[in-house]
Design a protein. Structure first.
Length: 242
């Protein structure tokens, strides 16, 4: 009996310990289950917040497109600066380089003032290309010349006329508003005989234009110190008015 009496308390103790362990295990399980549910709820909330954010993005941010580029370039109606134009010919070891100043005025055109290697003032507008003679009068240049074609193209690019460019080229725009690249690929068979492509780079304004011809020659135009202006000078007004 004494042996049984000694075993009974031990059995009771073991039973109580087992019940305690079971209760502890259930509490741990409940805690883990509760933590899992909290984490799942938080994850679901994060997913909902992300979906709401993505749904709101189109109203506040979108990819930089052609309409944005045109609006950005046209936001500065008057631009002045300097240019360096290089013509790389297959037949010459060094490029032909010219330098000068330019003034671009929305609705009026482009004054292209060569300073080196020769002095020559050109005006490009919707009516065509004109050159200022020694007497100061503007003389129209033949429309079919290669320089006329290129200057018209430069005017369209500098003015941000993407709509006009799309009439003759397929446009591929990459980058962002502060650093973009526009690739022009000619559409017509006639233009494809002349150009491989034209690449324009810029930010707020156009910085660089590279024109690649099918025969291997290329022209590179770089605009430096370009800056917006509030108004045309009296001389510029006369040049555009003549």
């Amino acid at each position: 009996m004494n042996g049984l009496n000694m075993i009974a308390p031990n059995m009771n103790a073991l039973s109580m310990k087992a019940r305690h362990m079971k209760a502890l295990g259930m509490n741990v399980f409940r805690s883990l289950h509760r933590a899992t549910r909290i984490q799942a709820a938080r994850a679901a909330a994060h997913r909902v917040a992300l979906l709401l954010l993505l749904a709101a993005l189109p109203a506040h941010a979108h990819a930089f497109g052609l309409d944005d580029l045109q609006a950005q370039l046209r936001a500065t109606p008057i631009v002045r600066g300097q240019f360096v134009q290089q013509k790389f010919l297959r037949s010459l070891p060094q490029p032909l380089t010219s330098r000068g100043d330019f003034t671009l005025a929305a609705g009026k055109g482009l004054l292209w003032l060569l300073r080196t290697p020769i002095a020559q003032d050109l005006r490009i507008n919707a009516n065509g290309i004109a050159r200022r003679d020694e007497a100061g009068a503007w003389q129209a240049l033949p429309q079919q010349t290669g320089s006329s074609r290129e200057n018209r193209l430069f005017l369209a690019v500098l003015a941000g006329d993407t709509k006009g460019l799309q009439e003759n080229f397929d446009l591929t725009l990459t980058g962002r508003a502060s650093a973009w690249q526009l690739l022009l690929t000619p559409r017509s068979a006639l233009l494809r005989q002349i150009f491989d492509n034209i690449q324009i780079n810029g930010g707020k304004l156009v910085d660089r234009i590279e024109l690649r011809e099918t025969q291997g020659d290329r022209s590179v135009l770089q605009m430096t110190d370009a800056a917006p202006a509030d108004a045309l000078t009296a001389e510029e007004q006369r040049a555009f008015a003549d």
